[in-house]
Design a protein. Structure first.
Lengths: 221, 432
């Protein structure tokens, strides 16, 4: 549990750093982004393995979800991120075609392990008590947030604000803004608002839990 | 070490970002965050002042780079000087390369101590006279004037790097040099500014598969076809330009297997190499990662021949260092002239020297309080745990905002230059 909370804290911190690094002079630094994404990945793996250990006994009792929606989810999220990204200046690549990919690149690190873990997560673990790993409905999203908010380990400034009823599928930028608004406001260099939101209309994508939101946040950058 | 000499600056633009002696050690160049270059020159020793063994005084100051704006990407390009490299002196003028994130410039620094006088083409107010009124041909005469040192940009090598330049290195042929960014290394000819050859390209076709970046690169001191580059994964590749035009396949690959007992959450990022330097002999390379300095023999790829712990007491503090961003600090390392001692910086304005032969090491501090002229620097010690002795400092009292990232060693004498944020310290060894 301690490990989980620490991993979560590091993930949150990493996302904040990634966001903040966009604001600095000279633009996004590839090496820094890569390092942050490596830490993010390690934290995520730690978080997931800690989760797996914690929920091991429950797994065998519950039916596994069908993997298909979840496999589609990453692609939709990428498209979402690409759409968001298209509105923001992409520092690294020269042609726009590469733009979404470049932004997604640093956090991916090795694509194989990331994809493998995502697949493993979806097929071997079920819903029920396993909030962190399975696509869930909005109600669960709020539950997750309250759980996180209640955690004494998370420093006050990093606590996500309570979920607002924004509709079934909050757009990624707005989610970030909502979650990290306290964080952003306390830093003088940070902008007061999140990057321009594009009003996406995802039709069937289930609401993400915190873990996936963080991963998508990394992808969006 | 004694005899500190320092220049003091006040604000953020004055933070020194690079320090480099020229090949004779007569000149010392510093670059700062504000895009300025300051060159110090060593005073000639005079018989009258035996004790003042060649002080370094300001010789020239000029603005090398200005902030720029890339309109296409909506990005500001910082004017901070990332690296300065001197060219060997071939005539009376001095030449150096200075680079920011995107553009390399060749500067010529020359002295002017004579002025031509006696032109009869202009009147007293400086207006050109009517040629019809000029009846005599008067050859101007050179008259002495106060010494003036002028710096002029002779070449500008721009638009060749998509990513941020981290290194430049002059080739031993003195005709070419290379510039390295996160993913590519380009080879330039000093005479040609509108073209460069790409010699290393590690950009994956799909950026999603990016796992490592280039962190530093350097040419071999004697073999003009050989160079090395280090990566964020802690590896070094040695390449031979004779093998192929694009040196994506290395000739040698230096990597130390990871020690599983040291594996931690931040293992990957602290293994990133921040600096790589050939020894003067060309037989060894030295690399700096976050906690150690390693010496490698070019003939042995599977592990370094020497490893020195710079500040191992930070290993248990990596999480805090991640929080305050110190874990991303890029420390440089230098060899002394005879390759027997290596030096690198640390926190709290400490810098460390390791004697490769005696295996002794020392920690010194660059600070005004501890450095009075001709005083001998006192070795410092960091207390790791347990009882702290009187003049030791505990790990928790270290000031992480005072970091020494850039140092330089005179090519033949025991004179070192240490940059501590916006102060430059020059220490000389008292021989007699």
């Amino acid at each position: 549990m301690e490990v989980q909370k620490e991993a979560q804290r590091i993930m949150t911190l990493s996302v904040w750093k990634m966001y903040h690094s966009r604001m600095q002079r000279g633009g996004l630094r590839l090496h820094r982004s890569l390092q942050l994404s490596l830490v993010m990945r390690s934290a995520r793996e730690l978080y997931l393995s800690a989760k797996v250990e914690a929920h091991e006994p429950e797994v065998s009792l519950q039916p596994a979800r069908s993997p298909d929606p979840r496999l589609h989810r990453p692609r939709e999220a990428e498209a979402e991120a690409a759409r968001l990204d298209g509105e923001q200046p992409s520092p690294e690549p020269m042609d726009t075609q590469e733009a979404p990919r470049a932004e997604e690149a640093p956090p991916r690190g090795g694509p194989r392990p990331a994809k493998v873990s995502r697949k493993r997560r979806s097929s071997s673990l079920s819903d029920g008590g396993d909030v962190g790993l399975v696509p869930s409905k909005k109600a669960r999203l709020e539950e997750e947030e309250e759980e996180a908010a209640a955690s004494p380990e998370v420093p006050d400034r990093l606590q996500p604000s309570p979920a607002q009823a924004e509709g079934a599928f909050p757009n990624l930028a707005r989610v970030l803004q909502r979650r990290f608004s306290g964080l952003l406001n306390c830093s003088p260099a940070a902008p007061p608002t999140a990057p321009p939101a594009c009003e996406a209309k995802p039709a069937c994508r289930p609401a993400d839990n915190m873990l996936n939101v963080l991963v998508r946040a990394v992808v969006a950058f | 070490m004694n005899y500190p000499d320092e220049s003091t600056y006040g604000n953020k633009a004055d933070i020194i970002s690079t320090v480099e002696f020229n090949h004779t050690g007569e000149l010392l160049a510093t670059g700062d965050k504000g895009g300025r270059v300051v060159i110090f020159q060593r005073e000639q020793e005079s018989k009258n002042q035996i004790h003042r063994r060649g002080e370094y005084n300001v010789y020239s100051t000029f603005q090398s780079h200005e902030p720029e704006f890339d309109y296409l990407k909506s990005l500001e390009i910082e004017e901070k000087i990332n690296k300065i490299r001197w060219l060997p002196q071939q005539n009376a003028a001095y030449f150096l390369l200075s680079t920011n994130d995107k553009t390399v410039k060749l500067w010529k620094v020359s002295e002017r101590d004579k002025r031509p006088e006696g032109y009869n083409l202009k009147d007293e107010e400086g207006r050109l006279r009517d040629p019809a009124t000029i009846t005599t041909l008067r050859v101007p005469v050179l008259r002495p004037m106060d010494l003036m040192v002028e710096a002029t940009p002779r070449r500008v090598f721009a638009n060749a790097h998509t990513y941020h330049i981290n290194s430049i290195s002059v080739n031993s042929d003195y005709e070419t040099y290379m510039s390295a960014d996160d993913l590519r290394i380009n080879l330039w000819n000093f005479e040609i500014t509108n073209q460069s050859f790409n010699i290393v390209d590690i950009k994956p076709a799909n950026m999603e598969e990016l796992t490592e970046v280039i962190t530093a690169a350097e040419f071999h001191p004697h073999h003009c076809n050989t160079f090395v580059y280090s990566s964020s994964k802690g590896t070094i590749r040695l390449c031979d330009m004779r093998a192929s035009a694009l040196c994506d396949r290395h000739t040698k690959f230096f990597e130390e297997p990871e020690d599983p007992s040291n594996r931690s959450f931040f293992s990957e990022i602290i293994s990133s190499i921040s600096d790589v330097k050939f020894s003067h002999s060309g037989r060894y390379i030295m690399t700096r990662d976050y906690l150690t300095v390693k010496v490698w023999d070019l003939n042995m790829e599977n592990r370094p021949i020497e490893t020195y712990q710079v500040h191992d007491y930070l290993r248990s503090k990596l999480c805090s260092l991640y929080e305050n961003d110190c874990i991303f600090d890029k420390f440089e390392c230098v060899w002394n002239g005879s390759d027997s001692v290596i030096m690198t910086g640390s926190y709290n304005n400490f810098f460390r020297m390791f004697d490769r032969n005696t295996k002794r090491d020392v920690t010194l501090e660059a600070s005004r309080e501890n450095s009075k002229p001709r005083a001998i620097l006192k070795p410092r010690k960091v207390c790791v745990g347990g009882k702290r002795r009187k003049d030791e400092i505990s790990v928790d009292s270290l000031d992480f905002s005072k970091k020494i990232l850039h140092t330089a060693w005179h090519p033949s004498e025991n004179i070192i230059a240490v940059a501590a944020t916006n102060n430059l310290y020059i220490f000389q060894d008292k021989v007699n």
